[in-house]
Structures are given as C-alpha cells and as structure tokens.
Design a protein around this ligand. Structure first.
Ligand SMILES: Nc1ncnc2c1ncn2[C@@H]1O[C@H](COP(=O)(O)OP(=O)(O)OP(=O)(O)O)[C@@H](O)[C@H]1O
Ligand SMILES: [Mg+2]
Length: 67
C-alpha cells in the first residue's frame, strides 16, 4: 500500500502523526548538528527547507519520530 504524499505539508509532527510518506534525513540532521555552526539553507523552492526546520524544532523539543 502506497503511503500518502505530504503535498503542501511542512510540519514534521503532522506528517509523522498522519503516516505520510517521509524521507528520513536523520543522518544529515545529525551531521548538521554535530559539524555546522551557522547554516544557510540555500535550496530551491519546494526542496524541504521548512520541513527540515520543523524536524529540528521537534528534535530539540525532545519529541521522537516514532511517537
Ligand atoms: N523529507 C521529506 N520527505 C517527504 N516529503 C518531503 C520531505 N521534505 C519535504 N517534503 C515535501 O516537499 C514539499 C516541499 O517541502 P517544504 O515546504 O518543506 O519545502 P521548502 O523548501 O520550504 O519550500 P519553499 O521554498 O516553497 O518554502 C512538501 O510537500 C513537503 O511535505
Ligand atoms: Mg518553506
């Protein structure tokens, strides 16, 4: 069964709680937190900047991805 696509969704919590398809970026988030001081997300439109920031917000609030 294909998962729902999270079209227009940029809130990590909404995506995880509603079982939308989510490409796991844990490896890159870890590298970012460990190695980067100041970061400019220079990606084109619709490349997941807002969802990444929402993911960081949930992470630093201590909320898990699996519930
Ligand atoms: N890791 C991911 N897994 C699945 N879908 C994703 C992922 N990251 C982003 N998307 C989806 O891609 C679309 C664009 O994401 P988002 O709004 O975060 O991009 P953006 O770079 O902030 O866009 P904009 O430049 O328009 O503000 C959304 O539908 C979002 O749900
Ligand atoms: Mg955005």
């Amino acid at each position: 069964m294909l998962k729902k696509l999270p079209i227009g969704r940029q809130d990590f919590r909404v995506i995880r709680e509603n079982n939308y398809l989510y490409v796991d970026k844990t490896k890159y988030v870890y590298e970012l937190i460990e190695n980067v001081d100041i970061c400019f997300l220079s990606r084109p439109r619709r490349f997941g900047k807002s969802l990444l920031v929402s993911t960081l917000e949930e992470l630093f609030k201590g909320n898990s991805a699996t519930g």
